[in-house]
Write a protein that binds this ligand. Sequence first.
Ligand code: AMP
Ligand code: GLY
Length: 421
Amino acid sequence: MNLAVIGSGGREHAICYKLSLSKKISKLVCIPGNAGTHEIAENISEDIGDFEKIYKIIKKKNIDIVIVGPEQPLTDGIVDYLKERSVRVLGPNKFASQLEGSKAFMKNLCKTNNIPTANYGVFDNLDEAKDFIKKNGIPIVVKADGLAAGKGVTICESADEAIKETKEILEGKFKSSKRVVLEKFLEGEELSYFVIVDKNSYHFFGSAQDHKRVGEGDIGPNTGGMGAYSPARMLTDELEEKIKKKIIEPTLKAMKNLGHPYEGFLYAGLMIKKNEPYLIEYNIRMGDPECQVLMMKLKTDFLEIIDSATKNNLNNLKIEWNKNKCMTIVLCANGYPGDYVRDKEIHNLSKITSDENNQIFHAGTYEKDNKIFSKGGRVLNITCSAKNLRKARDQSLVNLKKINWINGFFRKDIGWRAIKK
Ligand code: AMP
Ligand code: GLY
């Protein structure tokens, strides 16, 4: 089969890596891809927001199935566009993508379906928002309603800060929406829970914990993700049952009732408090960097999973995972998540073993004259799998040391809650 993957991050490299191992793959195309996907797929440089051009590539390359990695083309309706033209594609349509694309949509859906989530209010107006902030007290979480590339959420420790953030969003700090969602701060530990969904059923697709803050000990500004490990340490059978019954199933049922059954990967960002799950956010795609660890743990042929899902045949498939623990550490460019250095050559990548337990998934990289350069804030994902998490982390750190990239930094403490001193 011929597959196309849309995107250029570590997630898309990990997806391409796993697809490339399938016996059923004939052609693999990545649009636009990065220096890592270049090694295992045909990279085609194109604007992924231009659906007409994407469709032309898909036709020209005889693509059987398309996998959409990032949220932006999904919320812009790429699935609707391609399905109208009879292309098989895995992902939610534009309406269902509001689960991530609009926090107000997601919160209202929770409210009408009794899905546990933090108390909240949605505001277009500063005075009403101020009232809510006063009544709620602090800490309070201020969120931009629309997509904001992980930068739209601020946990505010004072009312003044909350008002300032709210005002900025209402005044148009983010292009996607001028609406604000204010939310009660939830204490607890975060867990990422993934499912893959077709019209007839859904399957567990792994658990992970990521580290969003830039600094060790989980301090400093939020990032797209500094590292992740799988499985998440808190996930017991009892907790999983609650996640399915209280969060996932009511959501899928609600989307069906709204006339837009969910299809694709669904990523629930949860806060676990006293063994009870609360929904913080939905993402309508795989996580990045969570996907990198899940692809290393996946045993079942990934192409077969995608094939089944796009035929609404998931209920006949068993998805198996290997027992190893897996970790990825993100190597970032100096300055990230603020303005960061670019176009810096990365040496030594060939010194790192590449096998089923060691992979380097590229994110913001490009290849020029057989050399590899950085171009993004998150540059490489050093991913290892081992009997336990400590070994997986130690091995990732050994690999990072070999790369020895002076233009970057990384967190040495990924998985600290799960790795006891
Ligand atoms: P979101 O984009 O909604 O996932 O928010 C980004 C991050 O902010 C989450 O991963 C949490 O770490 C934090 N966060 C968001 N909402 C809350 C909340 N209500 N209580 C505590 N932390 C939150
Ligand atoms: N790692 C967080 C995300 O993919 O949104």
